[in-house]
Design a binder for this molecule. Structure first.
Ligand SMILES: [Zn+2]
Length: 295
C-alpha cells in the first residue's frame, strides 16, 4: 500500500483548513482516556516529543524506507509518524521511526493543512506545526528549536537569528573576522534545488586567510553546530570559500538537509558525496547549536 504524496489531489486552502478544524473539534470532544493513535499493535506513543531529536532523524535518516534510524531519534520520530497516521496523512507501513521521504511528504501535507506553503511546508517540524500536531494527537513538545526572525542579517547578508547567533559565537573563536558572501532564503520557490533557498545556510569568504586559518574557521563553525566545508576550485565552478549549513535549522531546504546527512557520515555534501576533505585534526564531533549551548 502506498500513499502518493508526490502527486497530491489539489485541494483548496479553505478545504484544508476546514478539515483541520473538524479534526481538532473531534479531538476536543473525545474522552480524555481515548487512545489518540489507532492500531493496537503499534508501540505506545510518547507523551512528549523532543523536537531536537525529531529534527535529527529528519536530517540524518537515509531517505530510503527501512534503511536506518538515527540513534536516539527513533522513538520521537515514531510518535510523530503515529500522529500523522492518525491524521490520515501517512500509511501504516511507514510508521517505523524512520524519517524517510514518505514521512517528509506526510509532514509537508500536515503543514499545508495548517495553511503553510513554501519553506513553511518543507516537510520537517517547525515549533508551531509540531505543537499543533501534538495538540491534535496527544503529545507535548520539548526542546523546541526556533529560528527567530528570518529577516536578521550578518555582515550584510540575510540569515535568521539562530544562524546569526551561531556565526557571532564562531567569530569569537578565531582572531580574524567572519564575513559572509552569501546568506540564506535566496528563493521563495519551494521547488528550488538551492541549498541556500531555505534557512541556516551561508557562504563565508576565506580571502586573506592562510590555509591554517581557513581550516580553523571550518573547525570553529563545526564546533558550534554547522556542517561546514572548505570549498576549493577543483571541486566545482567556484573559488575558495566555506559553505556552512546550520545543523537542525527547521528552515533547511531539502538539499541542505541532504548535506547534513552527508556531514554526519563524513562526506563532503557535494554531488559526488566524496569523503570529507577536512584534515582529521580539524574535525570535531557532530553537534548542533542547542546541544552546544547546553555544554
Ligand atoms: Zn554555499
Amino acid at each position: 500500500m502506498t500513499l502518493s504524496p508526490a502527486t497530491p489531489t489539489p485541494r483548496t486552502r479553505r478545504w484544508l483548513l476546514s478539515r483541520g478544524a473538524v479534526a481538532t473539534a473531534a479531538v476536543l470532544t473525545a474522552p480524555l482516556t481515548a487512545p489518540a493513535i489507532a492500531g493496537a499493535s503499534s508501540p505506545a506513543a510518547l507523551a512528549t516529543v523532543d523536537m531536537e531529536l525529531v529534527l535529527l532523524g529528519a536530517q540524518i535518516d537515509p531517505p530510503k524506507s527501512g534503511t536506518g534510524i538515527t540513534p536516539g531519534a527513533g522513538a520521537h520520530v515514531l510518535t510523530v509518524e503515529q500522529a500523522l497516521n492518525a491524521e490520515g496523512l501517512l500509511a501504516s507501513a511507514y510508521v517505523d521511526g524512520h524519517y524517510g521521504s514518505s514521512t517528509v511528504s506526510a509532514y509537508a501535507a500536515w503543514q499545508r493543512r495548517l495553511g503553510y506553503s513554501g519553506i513553511d511546508a518543507n516537510g520537517i517540524p517547525g515549533q508551531t506545526s509540531l505543537t499543533r500536531l501534538g495538540e491534535s494527537q496527544g503529545f507535548s513538545v520539548t526542546r523546541a528549536v526556533t529560528t527567530g526572525s528570518r529577516w536578521d542579517s550578518y555582515t550584510g547578508k540575510r540569515v535568521n537569528t539562530r544562524t546569526r547567533n551561531m556565526l557571532a559565537r564562531a567569530d569569537t573563536m578565531v582572531s580574524w573576522s567572519l564575513t559572509l558572501t552569501q546568506g540564506s532564503y535566496t528563493s521563495d520557490d519551494p521547488a528550488s534545488a538551492g541549498t541556500h533557498a531555505g534557512g541556516g545556510v551561508v557562504d563565508l569568504s576565506v580571502s586573506g586567510l592562510t590555509t591554517t586559518q581557513r581550516w580553523r574557521t571550518v573547525q570553529a563553525l563545526r564546533t558550534i553546530g554547522f556542517a561546514a566545508w572548505l570549498r576549493t576550485p577543483d571541486q566545482g565552478p567556484w573559488g575558495y570559500h566555506i559553505h556552512a549549513a546550520a545543523v537542525s535549522d527547521p528552515d533547511l531546504s531539502q538539499p541542505a538537509r541532504n548535506q547534513i546527512h552527508d556531514y554526519y557520515f563524513g562526506r563532503n555534501g557535494l554531488a559526488n558525496h566524496a569523503p570529507d576533505n577536512t584534515p582529521t585534526s580539524y574535525q570535531v564531533p557532530f553537534t548542533w547549536w542547542e546541544k552546544y549551548l547546553r555544554g
